[in-house]
Structures are given as structure tokens and as C-alpha cells.
Design a protein around this ligand. Structure first.
Ligand code: DX5
Ligand code: ZN
Length: 216
């Protein structure tokens, strides 16, 4: 199974963001954009004033991770910025989840559902076949630099098994605390897209860090 790395620009140098985006264009696979509203999660990151600029130089596909209470307000603007993948939290969407997935797909983006570590992974199962990807948080959404929650591995494996049992296909993305120490286990559990913030941008050689994570 193909395994890709999505550097999270939450950990980038915002005074030199262009450099950190070009790094992903050249060495990474996907540009992970963490959008936080200070309500769904206890932090605020960035919005369209930043994403519009990133879109101008992005060559790698952009992946928007919406940690906001009303994700549906932003789908059209993300599509206009040529964002390729768009996920929102099940905790925010509730019963509207299937409808939101359909709206994202209708806008030409890949549609994803994200869950925090305290949401049972089985709650994703009804969306197998309706979502292009599932984002299993391996830390509580809101901040970079947290420690990987090891139980995430069994959650991913259960989700991968259910997808295969149903004969469906989906990307499983994992986000939070990914380092060289755990990336191989993450991959073996059935993940095909790993987000990495601090372990990429905090490294002395971020390009080498991306390669090492991908090949671990
Ligand atoms: C956390 C974000 C993550 C974060 C990951 O809410 O969704 O994408 O940037 O950062 P690290 O890799 O430092 O845990
Ligand atoms: Zn994220």
C-alpha cells in the first residue's frame, strides 16, 4: 500500500512560509492545512488570508483539516483555492456528516471525516463507501507537538479491517505525534497518509526528515 507524508504547516515558520511550502512541493506528498476556530478546539490557527496565499505556490495537493464548528461554511472557498482533500470533524457535523461528504465531493474535492481519540472508531463505519478518507486523530485536535496516543494503532487497524471486510477502499490518515519512533507501526496498522508537523519542521534537515518518515 502506498504511504505518503503530509507535513503540517501548523509547525512551519510563518515568517518564511514560502520556503516551508516549497519544501513540501519538492519533498513531501501533501500539504496539510490545520484550520482551527477556537470553538471546536481550544486554539486558533489560520484561515483564508493564509490559505489563499499558500494556494498560489502550492504544487503538492492541499489537504484542509477543518477543526471548526461549521465546516460547511468553507467548502466552496476551499474548492476555489484548488484544495484537493477536505476533512471535517464528526463531532462538529453529527447527523449532517453524510450530506457534508456529498457536498465536498460535488465540489470536486476528496471528502474526509475526522475523529478525536475519544470518539469510538466504529462511529466512522457508516461512512465507509461515502468518504474518500478517514482522519484518525492520534492526539486531541488543537495543538501540534503532542505525544502520540498508542491506542490509535488498534483504532486504525479496526477501521482498515472493516473497510476491507466491506470490499471498499479509503485512505486512512493519521494526525498527531508522528515521529520516526512510531511511523512504521502506523503504516503497518493500515495508514496510507501520515501527517507530521513538529517531526518535519522541527528537524535540522526537514527534507531528510520527510524521506526518513516515508521510508521507515
Ligand atoms: C493538531 C493538528 C495536527 C498537528 C500535528 O490539531 O491537527 O495536524 O499539526 O502536529 P504534530 O505532528 O507536531 O503532532
Ligand atoms: Zn491536522
Amino acid at each position: 500500500m502506498e504511504f505518503k507524508i503530509a507535513p503540517s504547516i501548523l509547525a512551519a515558520d510563518f515568517l518564511h512560509l514560502e520556503k516551508d511550502i516549497r519544501l513540501v512541493n519538492e519533498c513531501g506528498d501533501v500539504i496539510h492545512l490545520d484550520v482551527m476556530d477556537g470553538s471546536l478546539v481550544p486554539n486558533i490557527s489560520f484561515g483564508f488570508s493564509v490559505i489563499d496565499q499558500v494556494a498560489k505556490i502550492a504544487r503538492a495537493p492541499m489537504d484542509a483539516h477543518l477543526m471548526v464548528v461549521h465546516p460547511e461554511r468553507w467548502f466552496e472557498r476551499l474548492a476555489a483555492d484548488r484544495v484537493a482533500m477536505c476533512s471535517f470533524h464528526l463531532e462538529a457535523a453529527g447527523d449532517d456528516t453524510a450530506e457534508f461528504l456529498g457536498r465536498i465531493r460535488a465540489l470536486g474535492m476528496q471528502a474526509g471525516v475526522a475523529i478525536n481519540p475519544d470518539v469510538p472508531v466504529e462511529r466512522l463505519f457508516p461512512y465507509i463507501g461515502k468518504a474518500d478518507y478517514f482522519l484518525v486523530m492520534s492526539v486531541f485536535a488543537g495543538f501540534g507537538g503532542q505525544k502520540f496516543i498508542a491506542e490509535s494503532l488498534t483504532r486504525v487497524a479496526a477501521l482498515r479491517a472493516e473497510i476491507e471486510k466491506r470490499g471498499e477502499q479509503a485512505i486512512i490518515e493519521v494526525d498527531g505525534g508522528i515521529t520516526l519512533a512510531n511511523v512504521r507501526q502506523v503504516r503497518e496498522a493500515g495508514v496510507n497518509l501520515a501527517v507530521a508537523g513538529s517531526s518535519v519542521y522541527g528537524a535540522s534537515d526537514p527534507a531528510a526528515a520527510i524521506r526518513a518518515l516515508r521510508e521507515a
